[in-house]
Design a protein around this ligand. Sequence first.
Ligand code: LLP
Length: 408
Amino acid sequence: MIFAYKNSRLYAENIAVSDIAKQVGTPFYCYSKQQLTGNFLEFKNAFSGIDATICYALKSNSNHNIISLLQKLGSGADTVSEGEVRAALKAGISPDKIVFSGVGKTKREMEFGLRSNIGQFNVESIEEIELLNEVAGKLGVKAPVSIRVNPDVDAKTHDKISTGRKSDKFGIAWEDVFLVFDKAKHLKNIDIQGITTHIGSQITSLEPYKAAFHKVAELFKTLREMGYNLARLDLGGGIGIKYKDENPIKISDYADIIKEVIKPLNVKLFLEPGRRISGNAGILVSEVQYIKKTIERDFAIIDAGMNDLARPAVYGAYHEIISVDEGLEQHNIYDVVGPVCESSDIFGKERRLKELRSGDLLAILCAGAYGASMSSVYNLRPLIPEIMVDGDKVEIIRKRQTYEELLG
Ligand code: LLP
C-alpha cells in the first residue's frame, strides 16, 4: 500500500501526510509517483506483445507533472478539448499518439488538432465529420479519423457515466454505422482509419467489455470486407477501481479478452484508460474545522468542499474517509461535510471515525481521478495545491491559487 499507516500515522510513500500538511496547509491533493508509475506500467506490460498505444485519458487528472511522468513511461493521450490537446503537447507527447475524442469539437478545436498533426480524431456524428472535412480542406490536409460507434451495451455502471447505450449521446447508433461510413468515404479530406468505442466509466465487470468488443470486432471485419481500409481499433477506457467493496477487473484479464478479440484482425490497438491510472494514486487531505453536534447527528465540517472534489455531490459517489493520525478507537459516527452552501456538499454520511476535534486531519481516498480535474472555484474558493510524493521527496506540482489570481 502506498498510502498506509506506520505507527498510527498515515504515510504517502515515505512521508507522513501530516508533515506535508504542515508544509503546504490544507486542503490539498497528494499523489504518489510510485502508484502512478505502477498503474501505468501494469497496462503497458499487459499489452507489451502487441501493437498497442495506451492513451492516458487526460480528463481524469490533467496536472502537467502527471502527464509528463506518463509521457516518459511511453503514454499517449486521450483528449477532449483544445486545452487537453495543448496539455498533451506541452508534456511532450508525440502528436501521433494523441487521440481527440468528444461529441462537440468546435471548428477552432479541429483546426488546432489538424495544425498540430494529431494522430486520430474520434468522430461521433455525420455533422461533425462534414465539418472536419471542410476544415481539413481549407488547411489542405487530410484528417485521420476513427468513427466512434455505440454498441448498445449496458456497462452496468452509474447512469451518469454510462456511454454505450442506445439512449446515450455518444457514438454513431449501431443501425446508422454503414450509412455514416458510406457518406464519409465520399469526403475528400477525411481518411477513415478505424473505429472506436467507449462504453462507460468505473466498469467493474468484464462482461460488458466482452459483449461490446466482440460486437465491435465483428463490425470491424465486416467493414474491411466491404473494402474499407481500416488499420486502427480504439477500445476506449473505463476500467474501474475499488472505492468501497468493488472487485475491480484485473488488467491481465482485460488484456486477455482484448488480445483474443483482436488477434485475427492485425490492427493497431488504442486504449484510453484514465481512472485506473490516476484514481488510487491520489488522496485529498483536509482539516476538521468544527464538530457540530445536533440531536439528529454529528457533523464533521472540514475545509475541503464539493468545489474541490465534486464526485460525492455530483454522482453520490462513495469515497473512503480515514484519519490521518489514526485513533485506536473508532467509535464515533459523523457526517463528513464541506463548507459550501449546498446541502449536497457531503463527502460521507454516517462514517465511523475516531473522536474528532477541530484541527484533526482527514484523508479522502481514491481522489486522484476526477478530483482536481473537476474542481472549481465555486463560492470563490481558490483552487487547492497538488503535491507529488516520490519516496521521501515532496514536490508542489500546482500551487494554491492566490486571491489575486482568483479575483483577477
Ligand atoms: N475515453 C472516453 C471517450 C471517455 O469519455 C472517458 C471518460 C475515458 C476514455 C476515460 O474513462 P476512465 O478510464 O477514466 O473511466 N467524472 C466521472 C467520470 C466521467 C468519465 C467520462 N469519460 C467520475 O468522476 O466518475
